[in-house]
Design a protein around this ligand. Structure first.
Ligand code: MN
Length: 394
């Protein structure tokens, strides 16, 4: 089980937004304390963008400014600057908030294993991957306004679904699911009509966080043909409060899987944007005190990288906006215990998951709490993502 408090040393320094004493500030986490950047701006130590009430002004300022702020903070921490101590709050005394205003939201489908599993389940007689899958990063535009911070209760959605007898019914979803994903947020606007290349995309990724893309499979199954995900996805998407700077993930960059067939020129790069990050899914019923870890996987086998996703998303001339959130798509490994959704873990409901309270699950019940955690660790560095959690309520 990943330790939720590990990986918050000086090599990480994730951003957050928090409330303390009636004031909302941008912060940076160091171990179990959060440094108020607002206070460091007031002391003239950091540029004005860091004194805002969310990350958008700093994200809009561009990568050179992000690098400056990070190196200033690191330098202050390394020489034990008294200004850092004076600006630090204990985690227990602050309230973490959504760290940025979300602009647009795009969810991809970039795990080959996940796409293959779903294909095998729903099109058993056909090639599990659809013909486009290895030529472009499949995705859809989601609902930005329902992205919520970790800890927000998730109300079970209601909607239309096709019943067993073939009739069309309405009611609370009976197949409420999770999707284990990694997200990133865009900094720096681009102009309409000017695609962002794979190389340029590197300068627009401000940082990464955990995403639980809650999904109502019964609503989704009935509505999604021919235009794709809609109400089965748009009711809520939860993100973790810590935005891990892209720079902190440099030690965890690995080669992506080989792409065959070779993608078109605009999607080609050096393949160096695989990310070696351990991920896990914890599930706790209302009768349990400690979650069971129902899935453990790693991000490094994702087929399409973030920079390829950005290049594809803008190749038609669509612009980027500061605050755009992109999510990876469900992260699934090749073993049954490494799948990133309940529909895969229970194989479409046919193989229930055994929980330690002697109950079983195919999909989520009211009172269930789902917690996703992430941690990158090697001999060079350890970087924590913390967790994103949510409880299902009727
Ligand atoms: Mn998703």
């Amino acid at each position: 089980m990943i330790d939720v408090d590990s990986g918050f040393g000086p090599s990480n320094l994730p951003y957050c937004v928090f409330a303390f004493g009636g004031e909302v500030s941008v912060g940076v986490r160091l171990h179990n304390r959060v440094i108020s950047l607002r206070m460091l701006v007031e002391n003239g130590r950091l540029p004005g963008e860091c004194g805002a009430s969310n990350l958008n002004p700093l994200m809009a300022a561009g990568r050179a400014r992000w690098d400056d702020v990070r190196s200033t903070l690191l330098e202050m921490i390394e020489r034990d600057d008294s200004g850092v101590t004076a600006a630090a709050h204990n985690l227990e005394e602050i309230t973490l908030l959504l760290p940025f205003d979300v602009a647009d939201y795009v969810d991809f489908y970039s795990s080959e294993q996940h796409a293959t599993n779903l294909g095998r389940m729903f099109r058993p007689d056909a090639d599990p991957l659809l013909p486009n899958w290895k030529h472009l990063p499949v995705g859809y535009h989601g609902r930005a306004g329902t992205i919520v911070i970790s800890g927000t209760e998730i109300k079970r959605p209601s909607g239309q679904r096709k019943e067993q007898d073939g009739s069309v019914g309405f009611g609370p979803s009976r197949r409420l699911d999770i999707e284990l994903e990694l997200g990133y947020v865009i900094g720096g606007d681009t102009r309409m009509g000017e695609p962002v290349s794979v190389k340029e995309a590197e300068d627009h990724i401000f940082g990464f966080f955990l995403v639980n893309d809650w999904s109502a499979r019964d609503i989704q199954a009935w509505e999604y043909v021919p235009l794709g995900p809609f109400l089965g996805k748009s009711f809520a998407t939860s993100i973790s409060p810590w935005v891990v700077p892209t720079a902190a993930l440099e030690p965890f960059r690995v080669q992506q899987p080989v792409q065959e067939p070779e993608p078109l020129a605009y999607l080609q790069g050096d393949g160096s944007w695989g990310l070696d990050i351990d991920l896990e899914v914890g599930l706790r019923s209302s009768a349990m005190t400690v979650p069971d870890i129902v899935s453990e996987t790693n991000f490094k086998d994702m087929y399409w990288s973030p920079v390829q996703q950005i290049a594809h998303m803008t190749v038609n001339g669509a612009s980027l906006r500061t605050g755009d959130v992109c999510a990876s798509g469900t992260v699934s490994g090749s073993e049954p215990g490494s799948y990133g959704s309940l529909i895969e873990l229970s194989w479409n409901g046919s193989e229930p998951i055994q929980l330690s309270d002697d109950s079983t699950r195919t999909f989520l019940q009211d009172g269930d709490q789902v917690t996703l955690r992430g941690l990158a660790s090697n001999e060079e560095s350890t970087v924590g993502f913390g967790e994103v959690t949510g409880v299902i309520v009727p």
